[in-house]
Design a protein around this ligand. Sequence first.
Ligand code: AMP
Length: 280
Amino acid sequence: MTPPILRKLADLRVKTAKWHKSGETIGVVPTMGALHDGHLSLVAAAKKTCDRVVTTIFVNPKQFNNPDDLKNYPRTEEDDARKLARFGIDAVYVPDPDQVYPERFSTTVSVAGLTDVMDGVFRPGHFDGVATVVTKLFLQTAATDAFFGEKDFQQLQVVRRLAKDLDIPITVHGCPTIREIDGLAMSSRNLLLSDRARVKAPLLFEEMEGIAEGVGQGEAFEPLQQAAIRRLENAGFNKIEYLEIRANDDLSLLDAPSRSSRLFASAFLAGVRLIDNIAI
Ligand code: AMP
């Protein structure tokens, strides 16, 4: 059954107040829509864990540092609602923009430290936008649990931090990255890849796996990194923003996986920015 679509905060609150009153847990899955199996895996995890599930769809203007990126971001609301139908969730919250950012909205949530690296550097302002909207969605939905993908691992750590720092009573769950058969991490932005670029896109993950394997066998990281960058550039990737090992907890840069860490990458292919990360 297609879940009810709510566009007003007041309507959402009527529902969540009832659920709270009867002691039910509420899971929220924040998304920007153009839903794929990665998003749907979060919805499935939420359904498994919580009594009630709300998926939110909001293309948050504050987290786009590039106006063209915002304009071109895929919007497929009808399809999204259809895809959600089989999960039996309780509501889809698609707030009108003024429900999130009413006139004279003046507050920014900003997480220091974790946002000084990677996407925090290459997408100035992005994480302030994310932190602000996620805080609002946590408070608006009054959820007890939230589900985020490891695909955006830096974002996941930023969200965990803000929930803790602001004493928001919510458990943040990180869920594994879902990939296409050829290894490409699912992403709404993949829809923007031309057929030719789509064929090349899985190379990013392949190279990352190669590095992980090499490092796992005791090889030095840097030569592996440099060789992978060369091959990616030869294949048509340009602007490889980062390809580096960082610690899971504080995202500090490592030259070898000396503690629990991941390999993070960001690169452009035919004008589309792809990011990925794997455990190493
Ligand atoms: P987005 O719509 O891109 O803002 O993503 C919404 C949520 O889905 C975020 O928590 C993402 O990390 C998560 N997500 C996006 N792609 C994937 C994927 N391939 N696998 C798992 N989670 C994902």
